[in-house]
Ligand binder design. Structure first.
Ligand code: AMP
Length: 226
């Protein structure tokens, strides 16, 4: 058992996905978590759910998210702390979109222990490709499935394959907001690559390749059969 969080076993797998918006973290993190049979902790998704349900947290974070700003660290650390304490995280978890700042990385260590055995994937994708991916992304406001107009279109145009809801563009995927999100990434999240280089198993991932090729590389890195 782990001294920082007695619920989380010593051999639990902990994976962190770093990378700019549009790099494919969410899709790959969901696939990897399903494959490893551990939960995916996607903070963007959790916050969007809170907004959809109009909870006090949702009301608090909406102004930050719609403008492409990061939500304050203390809210994120509290959200993840609560999530990690749930029993399904006993065998570990895959983090998508958290941590995004140094303070959050330190918060995660406080709640989850020494990061030496963690795998940190750093997704790299050229900027023009990120812009194309984000502008063509369509999102299901009901089940949060994502599609892409060209690269991953839904079976029926404009309709979610999974639940039949009408697809929309996320408000923070609009071009005017994307620029600020990328700046936030450069200024606040990019430094985490250096931070984890010496503290965890940092693995750079070329995200500018077909999804299946990237996924096979992730499986190899975490040492599990496909
Ligand atoms: P994502 O779905 O990961 O692209 O996140 C969408 C938005 O949610 C971000 O632009 C932030 O406003 C907010 N958000 C998600 N995760 C975090 C985090 N770890 N720290 C601060 N803000 C976050």
């Amino acid at each position: 058992m782990d001294a920082a969080n007695p619920r989380v076993g010593k051999d639990a797998v902990r994976v962190i996905f770093l990378g700019p918006p549009g790099a494919g973290k969410g899709t790959q993190a969901a696939r990897l978590a399903a494959h490893l049979k551990v939960p995916k902790i996607g903070t963007g998704e959790m916050l969007r759910t809170a907004i959809a349900k109009n909870t006090p947290l949702g009301q608090q974070v909406h102004p930050f998210m719609e403008t492409g700003n990061l939500v304050p660290d203390h809210l994120l650390v509290a959200l993840v702390r609560e999530r990690i304490a749930e029993p399904d995280c006993d065998r570990g978890f895959v983090c998508d979109g958290f941590p995004r700042t140094l303070a959050q990385a330190q918060g995660l260590e406080e709640m989850s222990g020494d990061p030496r055995a963690w795998v940190v994937f750093d997704f790299e994708v050229p900027r023009p490709e990120l812009m194309l991916r984000l502008s063509g992304r369509r999102w299901c406001p009901s089940c949060q499935a994502t599609f892409h107009l060209k690269n991953d279109p839904p079976k029926a145009p404009g309709v979610c394959d999974a639940c039949g809801t009408g697809l929309v563009q996320r408000e923070d995927d609009h071009e005017s907001v994307v620029a600020l999100r990328l700046r936030q990434y450069d200024e606040r999240t990019f430094p985490l690559i250096e931070y984890y280089r010496t503290r965890a198993r940092m693995i750079p991932v070329d995200g500018y390749r077909p999804m299946d090729v990237v996924f096979r590389e992730l499986l190899q890195a975490v040492g599990v059969p496909a």
